[in-house]
Design a protein around this ligand. Structure first.
Ligand SMILES: [Zn+2]
Length: 435
């Protein structure tokens, strides 16, 4: 299946920008994930920020990108970088990012490629594009200015996951801040983002309508639940994303209950090694290394069986849509002392959502009842409403563009900012002009 015909299916406006800044969302404007946005001004400077795909079933892709020389990737999550190999292979675009994001992109792209083959879903890029993309990175340290056309750019730490950045852009007319996915709160592995004064703020709004419970309380609740399960002779299965949540959970457990026997199984093994090669992006990198020595990494089949007797198994995928977590769930479901602890948002249609709503899981093609205790914890690495509002006020922009949000998130944040700054709610494939 051909998804795009390079240069023929793009709906990006042809006319040059007279003044101000044009923002054109290819995806992620009025939805969560699937991000891609073109920024352009009257100097003719054009920049793409992120180019992802939403790993739903089937995946969702952003609109075709027009010709663009430079793209900045905010972080390594697939809904932000998943389509970058297409850019490089078809448009010859240069990719900019933090050194850690560039390193992690290889793991993420190879996994996406593998999954697309296994699941038989179409991918707009092939292996050759992937190899080219690995050579297309220019990396920049936090705080270091670099030029894109007539603009000056620099990265700021975004919280969220190691390597994630916010982008400050100085055009001849204005100062722009693009948050990417962000959190101002520190998490076990990253420090939080700090505000940057700007004229135009592009603010992610994933949790724009939600107030997070205090993180410390959620962490305590998770640890005491795990201890309760272990006391009754059970094993806690904690399905977690490979890049972020799994390592967060393990650091919390190591810190609060170091006597537990915890096993880790999944793609996060390679991710964690890359994190450790970039200590500049990690909060207390020595503690990460200690945690990594403390937990037992599962590699072979016999390790898997051993893990079934452990206190805790942290494994991918985070939404129970495949990965070793399914294999463990299938084995653990026969003993009611065991439990499944979900640590994040479970998307509509995901395995985790089915488990929460109906106590069932799709296991190797069969919808199977799961008679185990199931609990959900909120360990999100996105800012909640209170954090977003405080952050935006401290940036003191004239314009705020709320993206990467659903309708409820956008509405809630607009109400908060009304009268203080001009609020824009972008729509994909529709030009937004900021002056
Ligand atoms: Zn992200």
């Amino acid at each position: 299946m051909v998804l795009y015909t390079a240069g023929r299916t793009s709906t990006y406006p042809d006319d040059p920008v007279k003044h101000g800044l044009r923002a054109f969302f290819l995806g992620g404007g009025d939805e969560v994930g699937n991000v891609g946005c073109i920024l352009e001004d009257s100097t003719g400077t054009r920049l793409l920020i992120d180019y992802g795909l939403a790993p739903t079933r089937p995946p969702k892709y952003p609109a075709e990108c027009p010709s663009v020389e430079h793209a900045i990737m905010t972080h390594s999550h697939i809904d932000h970088i998943g389509m970058a190999p297409w850019l490089v292979g078809h448009l010859g675009t240069r990719l900019h990012g933090s050194p850690l994001t560039a390193s992690l992109s290889e793991v993420m792209w190879r996994d996406t490629y593998k999954v697309s083959k296994i699941e038989g879903y179409p991918l707009a890029w092939d292996r050759r594009d992937l190899e080219e993309a690995l050579q297309a990175w220019t990396t920049h340290q936090i705080g270091e200015w670099f030029e894109i056309g007539e603009w000056k750019c620099r990265f700021h730490r975004a919280g969220h996951i190691p390597g994630a950045v916010m982008i400050e852009i100085e055009t001849p007319e204005m100062r722009v801040l693009w948050t990417g996915d962000m959190d101002t709160r520190a998490s076990p592995n990253v420090l939080g983002a700090l505000p940057v004064e700007c004229d135009v703020l592009f603010l992610e709004g994933t949790y724009g309508d939600r107030i997070h419970p205090p993180r410390v309380e959620e962490e305590e609740r998770l640890v005491s639940k795990v201890l309760e399960i272990v006391d009754r002779g059970g094993t806690a299965l904690i399905p977690s994303f490979a890049s972020g949540r799994g390592q967060d959970v393990l650091r919390i457990l190591k810190r609060e209950a170091p006597n537990l026997e915890a096993h880790y199984h999944g793609m996060g093994t390679r991710v964690t090694q890359l994190w450790m090669e970039h200590p500049e992006s990690i909060r207390e990198p020595k503690q990460l290394a200690k945690m990594w020595r403390w937990c037992r990494r599962v590699s072979g089949k016999s390790d898997r069986r051993k893990a079934l007797d452990a206190d805790v198994i942290v494994s991918t995928s985070g939404m129970l849509d495949g990965g070793p977590a399914i294999w463990y769930a299938n084995r653990l479901r026969h003993h009611s002392a065991n439990a499944i602890l979900l640590t994040g948002y479970q998307a509509e249609g995901s395995g985790g959502r089915l488990l929460l709503d109906e106590r069932k899981l799709r296991i190797f093609g069969n919808v199977t009842p799961i008679d185990l205790e199931v609990e959900q914890f909120s360990l999100s690495n996105h800012a909640g409403q209170a954090e977003l509002v405080t952050f935006a006020r401290a940036c003191a922009p004239r314009h705020v563009v709320i993206f990467h949000a659903d309708e409820e998130g956008r509405e809630a944040l607009s109400t908060q900012f009304a009268g203080e700054m001009k609020v824009h709610l972008p729509v994909n494939r529709t030009e937004l002009l900021l002056k």
